[in-house]
Design a protein around this ligand. Structure first.
Ligand code: G
Ligand code: G
Ligand code: MN
Ligand code: NA
Length: 257
């Protein structure tokens, strides 16, 4: 509860920061997107992981305002700054809490972040979990359609860990499927190939639905090679790049793959 009190002031005290992790096209090595990942520099406790403070931010409602609004605004602002600096264009991908997505005014919040920053909607992607989308499918579909009108694209995060109805998956306007990193972690394991058949099935399904398929948590060359052979589109993980502050990422992008 003390931490929650501190979190209340984190935005106005400029203690929050976004780190960015590239999503790289396997064939070309090009950076197609970066995922914005929130970090909290607590004045006494140091760096606190989102795994710790996001739940607090959700319980208190701070995840909607000011934190969620700040994340959207800051990710858009930074992406415009990269574009103006002449970097090749890539999307920015922002994680959205169910509490944000469930609000009637969420689409207006996204629209304001785009308008204020000058970022075109097509450069913004929102990451939602399948559990969220499947819970209230018709409401989700309506909300996603409104976001689509802004040009914004939608990714399903942590795919394979929730309960997706395949029928609904086809009906929802989704662009990207991010295979959860637990599957990538399991792919080298056993002589039977561990999670390999599952990953192959997810890639095939994603492509059948004309989605971009991303493998998360790629940590080894062997994983990357195998995913490339399977036709996986993009990878994200410590092997190619860790989440890093905007300035560092700018250098990484300028240096090229
Ligand atoms: O970066 P890291 O692996 O520590 O993130 C841990 C979790 O926090 C992940 O599930 C990630 O999706 C979530 N997370 C990171 N940044 C944000 C954010 O800006 N908003 C929300 N809602 N979740 C985030
Ligand atoms: O739930 P979500 O997919 O948004 O979580 C993203 C989290 O995954 C971030 O906290 C990020 O730090 C973490 N992450 C990114 N790449 C890797 C990786 O290669 N290995 C591991 N263990 N975690 C990763
Ligand atoms: Mn994510
Ligand atoms: Na994930």
């Amino acid at each position: 509860f003390e931490l929650e009190g501190d979190l209340h002031y984190a935005v106005q005290r400029s203690e929050l920061e976004l780190h960015y992790q590239p999503l790289i096209e396997i064939g070309s090595g090009r950076v197609r997107a970066v995922e914005a990942l929130l970090r909290w520099h607590h004045p006494r406790l140091g760096l606190i992981s989102p795994a710790t403070f996001i739940p607090l931010a959700e319980e208190s409602g701070l995840i909607v305002r000011p934190i969620g609004e700040w994340v959207l605004a800051e990710a858009c602002r930074q992406t415009v700054a990269w574009q103006r600096a002449g970097l090749p264009n890539f999307r920015v991908s922002v994680n959205v809490s169910p509490l944000q997505f469930g609000r009637e005014d969420f689409v207006e919040t996204v629209a304001s972040a785009l308008a204020f920053s000058g970022l075109e909607g097509r450069w913004l992607e929102l990451e939602l979990t399948e559990t969220l989308l499947m819970r209230r499918v018709s409401e989700s579909a309506r909300q996603l359609a409104r976001l689509r009108e802004l040009g914004v694209s939608i990714a399903i995060d942590d795919f394979g860990t929730g309960h997706s109805s395949l029928a609904y998956l086809q009906q929802l306007p989704i662009d990207t499927l991010k295979i959860d990193r637990s599957f990538i972690l399991g792919l080298d394991d056993s002589p039977q190939g561990g999670t390999r058949p599952l990953i192959q099935a997810m890639i095939a399904m994603g492509h059948a639905l004309e989605l971009t398929v991303v493998a998360e948590g790629v940590e080894t060359e062997a994983q990357l090679q195998w995913l490339g052979q399977q036709g996986c589109d993009l990878t994200q993980g410590f092997l190619l790049a860790r989440p890093q502050p905007a300035e560092k990422l700018g250098h990484f992008l300028q240096a090229g793959p």
